[in-house]
Design a protein around this ligand. Structure first.
Ligand code: NAP
Length: 315
């Protein structure tokens, strides 16, 4: 018979690993399933300077590795597994994964949100070397440099405004000339003396792959087809995030962009009714803050709810 676990954590980013630490210390022997981006978004950043407790900052991958070890010390275990579907209403909850079916009394969904990328090979090659999707993480490294931001929504405006604190100039590139951004954010960015807009423009290539450092962008004007090179030291993507919730489609309530709808931060629902034993934390249910520390905080909350849930059922 398949073993029934007390808790399984889906995702090994900051939220999942904090949930692992708490549930492990509560004696639940959590199994953490590491998906297609083990370690989550922190594992693709460089220096993290806004996680309390590290006065000199800490490298994202090192922070994640520390969290992993810390939870393992209390009994958390890790498996690399891709989850294709979750039967959230089943008792026990059933996970269909690349390493077989897993049964659990409780599930903590901490599968995160992945930054949307343009998908260019040169962009992918330079992530962490001038290409970034996180202005608050990496903006500081481009003090007095010229940089570019792609996107036409609030994220791009927010990034451009934030980055203008450091950069000598920010060029905002958008593929159309109509913007999704709210009026106030757009106006703020347009009025900013350091931000220059280039609409109807797409990035065809990020330059600097051989040098392992961004040194420019090959741009194309979509109306005229004209190609130009924009010399910049960094490219920030502000084209949205995609929550990793495919495996939960139809099982729990998601918003129109696929984020898990939670109440009291971590409770999930189906048709507005709480799904027993299924909790969510971190960026998969947070389109607003998306910080490592807020993810860790909600991971802790989810773990405490799991503990309470199992206790109430005599475990
Ligand atoms: P968004 O509103 O969906 O905007 C994404 C932008 O990226 C769009 O302009 C889109 O272009 C562009 N884009 C998408 N894929 C692209 C591609 N492959 N190549 C080039 N451009 C691409 O996403 P968001 O800005 O992340 O905002 C998401 C939600 O969070 C919104 O509801 C927003 O209001 C909210 N938010 C609020 C704040 C705030 O109030 N402070 C800050 C950030 C986010 P098209 O327009 O051509 O589709």
């Amino acid at each position: 018979m398949t073993e029934i676990r007390d808790t399984v954590i889906l995702g090994s980013g900051c939220a999942g690993l904090t949930a692992a630490l708490y549930t492990a210390r509560a004696g639940m022997k959590p199994l953490v399933l590491e998906g297609h981006e083990p370690g989550g978004q922190l594992s693709i950043t460089t220096l993290v300077e806004n996680f309390p407790g590290w006065p000199e900052g800490i490298q994202g991958p090192e922070l994640i590795e520390n969290m992993k070890k810390q939870a393992a010390r209390f009994g958390a275990t890790y498996e690399h597994a891709l989850v294709s579907h979750v039967d959230a209403a089943a008792h026990p909850i059933r996970l269909h994964t690349s390493i077989g079916e897993i049964h659990t009394r409780t599930l903590i969904v901490a599968s995160g949100a992945s930054a949307r990328w343009l998908g260019l090979p040169s962009e992918q090659a330079l992530i962490g070397h001038g290409v970034s999707s996180c202005a608050t993480c990496d903006g500081f490294f481009f003090r007095d440099k010229e940089i570019a931001v792609v996107g036409g929504g609030d994220s791009a405006m927010e990034e451009a405004i934030f980055l203008s604190r450091f950069a000598s100039k920010v060029t905002l590139l958008h593929r159309r000339d109509a913007f999704r951004a709210s009026k106030i954010m757009l106006e703020r960015a347009v009025a900013h003396p350091k931000i220059e807009f280039r609409s109807n423009t797409v990035v065809e290539e990020v330059l600097g792959v051989d040098e392992k450092e961004v040194n420019g962008l090959l741009l194309r004007d979509v109306r005229t087809g004209e190609r130009t090179v924009l010399p910049v030291s960094a490219l920030f993507l502000g084209i949205g995030h995609v929550p990793n919730t495919k495996m939960l489609a139809g099982e729990i309530d998601l918003d129109d962009e696929g984020y898990i709808k939670t109440t009291n931060n971590v409770f999930t629902a189906r048709g507005g009714v709480i799904v027993p034993g299924v909790f969510a934390c971190g960026d998969v249910q947070d389109r607003r803050y998306r910080q490592a520390i807020t993810a860790a905080g909600s991971g802790c909350m989810a773990a405490l709810e799991v503990e309470k849930y199992l206790e109430e059922r005599g475990r």
